[in-house]
Design a protein around this ligand. Structure first.
Ligand SMILES: NC(=O)c1ccc[n+]([C@@H]2O[C@H](COP(=O)([O-])OP(=O)(O)OC[C@H]3O[C@@H](n4cnc5c(N)ncnc54)[C@H](OP(=O)(O)O)[C@@H]3O)[C@@H](O)[C@H]2O)c1
Length: 331
């Protein structure tokens, strides 16, 4: 089968596209014919070696997938041949990745793809949607009527946070780095969409939520806690998901008297069972038309290295040429 893989950690050029043996589905696994794969920042860190996880070489890149069940392994009864499925969490913690014509995947990670949803969209929503859901609800305990702020509402995680928070009746503010992306945030449903390059974001957030923000979903790798903690409401929750080398200053005098909470998490620590409510609710919201994918750029599988370079220049380099997800088309 055709696959995009690495034989050692390195820059995007380490990615090769070539033939690998088609895997056989093991006990409880389904062999999925992959149609679309989304690329996430974690894929960049795993490829480069910046994040170390067990990895068998040749290591097929990518976590997020959508496709069709081709064959079942022994004891796999949760899906049937021909089912359209999507999911995430592959290529992580020793599991093989999915940027290939086929992938053998434990059935516990598979969700049904809504009938009208293209595979590209299903793949694009996978890791970012589950991350947004875990952060907002499992960690953040968001309730209807509360206020939310997420920087980067036209980004992968941010675009999911905006829509999910609106889906449960929260008031949502966000920001983006160009007038076009600010407009995109409004179309996703944001009540307040700011241009972080032009607007005074803290001042506008104080107007938006005079008592403070209930759930601050931080997506930045260098969060400015000194500025942001005083913008939290009493009993406010700040979700932290990025910044392995960040050493922000924590203004304790603003933090503890407001009964604040700093809640960090990595989605890959959540078990399939813990992630299942997120996947199930995403399917329901997609079917109800309340959750849509934001696909920024599509590449062919053959151009996987270029796709990594492109995402790297945006998420890490701040190029500003991407709104939404980078997706690889597999056939
Ligand atoms: N812990 C976890 O489980 C987990 C899961 C998923 C992702 N992550 C991490 O979360 C981060 C975001 O991931 P992603 O996939 O959403 O990345 P992404 O799609 O590249 O989004 C990053 C967003 O940040 C925005 N941004 C950049 N500078 C900003 C600023 N000064 N103020 C406000 N917004 C700003 C960008 O907006 P513009 O493009 O408009 O400039 C963009 O929308 C990454 O570091 C990733 O590694 C962690």
């Amino acid at each position: 089968m055709r696959a995009a893989f690495i034989e050692q950690n390195g820059p995007p050029e380490a990615i090769r596209v070539g033939e690998l043996p088609t895997p056989e589905p093991g006990p409880g696994q389904a062999l999925v014919r992959i149609r679309a794969v989304a690329i996430n920042p974690i894929d960049l860190y795993l490829r480069s070696g910046q994040v170390a996880m067990p990895m068998a070489f040749p290591y097929v890149i990518a976590s997020d997938f959508a496709g069709v069940v081709e064959k079942l392994g022994p004891g796999a009864t949760g899906v049937q041949v021909g089912d359209r499925v999507w999911g995430s969490n592959q290529g992580l913690l020793g599991r093989q990745g999915v940027a290939a014509e086929f992938a053998a995947i434990d059935q516990e990670w598979l969700y049904p793809t809504p009938a009208l949803l293209p595979d590209v969209d299903a793949a694009a929503m996978a890791l970012v949607g589950i991350t947004a859901h875990l952060g907002l609800f499992h960690r953040g305990g968001l309730r209807a009527g509360e206020s939310v702020y997420v920087p980067g509402g036209a980004g992968g995680v941010g675009s999911m946070v905006v829509q999910m928070a609106k889906a449960v009746g929260a008031r949502v503010a966000t920001s983006a780095g160009s007038p076009e992306r600010v407009e995109l945030c409004r179309r996703l449903g944001a009540d307040l969409a700011l241009d972080y390059k032009a607007d005074d974001v803290p001042a506008r957030l104080r107007e938006f939520a005079p008592e403070g923000i209930d759930v601050w979903y931080e997506t930045q790798r260098e969060p400015d806690l000194e500025t942001n903690i005083p913008l939290l409401r009493k009993r406010g929750r700040m979700i932290l998901i990025a910044g392995r080398s960040a050493r922000p200053i924590l203004p304790l005098g603003s933090f503890y008297p407001r009964d604040g909470s700093l809640l960090g998490f990595a989605m890959f620590n959540a078990t399939a069972e813990e992630q299942r409510p997120a996947g199930a609710e995403m399917v329901r919201w997609i079917e109800e038309g309340r959750l849509k994918a934001l696909v920024g750029h599509e590449f062919a599988l053959e151009d996987a290295a270029e796709a990594h370079r492109f995402l790297e220049s945006n998420t890490l380099g701040g190029a500003g040429s991407l709104a939404g997800k980078v997706v690889l088309l597999v056939d």
